[in-house]
Write a protein that binds this ligand. Structure first.
Ligand code: RB5
Length: 145
């Protein structure tokens, strides 16, 4: 899959480590920034990555900020994007099976890199179950402007 990644300054290092991990899993990674540790605004990168998914230029987005929450809010402002903010693999798995999450946000100040890798791998490998869950996901899509 093509995975677009974005972060603010707090997520810069974790994003680099996760990008290498994701590449090793066999996926293609595009990084829309930020590209260093200077202060950067998470909405910019959350929105830029989410737009790539919405425009079918990437299959999924993985986003990192301090908590994961701010950048998930930015991603979720984009129509067609469903971003889950995860601290453990169970939610990562169910966000794919039931919610067809196409963006994943992680807090670099909340969890360590090994747990982050476990979450990412779980999330990348899980497929949407469709059926009754598709009806609910379609309801959410219809709610967005
Ligand atoms: C930056 O200090 C911090 O607010 C940001 O990384 C993120 O945690 C926001 O949700």
């Amino acid at each position: 899959m093509k995975i677009v990644m974005g972060s603010d300054h707090t997520g810069f290092h974790m994003k680099k480590e996760l990008a290498a991990f994701i590449t090793n899993l066999g996926h293609e990674v595009e990084d829309v920034g930020t590209y260093n540790e200077e202060k950067a605004e998470y909405p910019t990168y959350g929105q830029a990555a989410a737009k790539k998914v919405a425009d079918n230029k990437a299959d999924r987005a993985i986003l990192i900020c301090g908590t994961g929450f701010g950048i998930s809010l930015a991603a979720n402002s984009v129509r067609g994007v469903r971003c889950v903010n995860c601290t453990e693999p169970y939610t990562a798995l169910l966000s794919r099976l039931h919610n067809n999450a196409n963006a994943l946000a992680i807090g670099a100040r909340v969890i360590g890199i090994e747990l982050a890798k476990m979450i990412v791998e779980t999330w990348l490998n899980a497929e949407f179950e469709g059926g009754r869950h598709a009806t609910r996901v379609d309801m959410i899509t219809a709610m967005k402007l």
